[in-house]
Design a protein around this ligand. Sequence first.
Ligand SMILES: O=C(O)c1cc(=O)[nH]c(=O)n1[C@@H]1O[C@H](COP(=O)(O)O)[C@@H](O)[C@H]1O
Length: 238
Amino acid sequence: MNLDKSAPKVIIACDFQSKIELNNFLAKFPPSEKLFLKLGMELVYGVGFEIIQELKNRGHAIFLDLKLHDIPVTMLKALHSLNQYKVDFLTIHLAAGQKSLDLLAQEAPNLAMKLLGVSVLTSLDDQDVQTLFQNPALSSNGLALNLAGLAARSNLYGLICSPREAKVIKSTYPKLKLITPGIQMGTNQQSDQKRVATPRQAAEWGSDFLVVGRLITQSLDPYQTYKTIIKEFINENN
Ligand SMILES: O=C(O)c1cc(=O)[nH]c(=O)n1[C@@H]1O[C@H](COP(=O)(O)O)[C@@H](O)[C@H]1O
């Protein structure tokens, strides 16, 4: 799938722990609908890495969200091991530091997958980052912008951030693709997400791809909800 042109711009976070749950969910979409699926730790650790090829065989694009975070040499070797699965996107934590990122970036042209740097998790707000780093002057926005700089300097393909900081990051680092979780609509509040926005706001502020989990996976009509989110996101983007 050509990621810039034909891949769906709304990525579905398949946060299930079993194959039965995953397949029941996917059965609610027309078989011809090619999706962009995010497979996270709970799924891959639960059902095994074979699930990746099974979903690729059905024509879906795959975002493997394992959020690598370790010393440079360990991250590099993990990247080589994961390259065999030929996924479209893989996440790494930007907090691993510039040396790790530079090493991975050197390797990036030889890889089948594109690397996305995780900035500040959307479950954290200003108070959380201030506590974490013992610095009352910190803001999640400022920290995300700083980490975006690391991603840009290492020539990563994209950045995971909240739609709320997308505007400032896009204007500072226009080449970075912005992939934004923390998507909510109307009254459907997810209590563990703090830096949130609607699909329309995300598009308006410069998001390139949305990551959406429970809004779709827990919807009574996931396909309809998916189409509604795409419409809201794409219309605003055009
Ligand atoms: O890396 C991610 O995808 C991610 C980063 C982040 O900062 N926040 C975040 O929510 N995510 C992921 O995005 C998805 C959001 O799920 P929902 O809140 O159910 O839409 C989950 O799979 C999270 O793991």
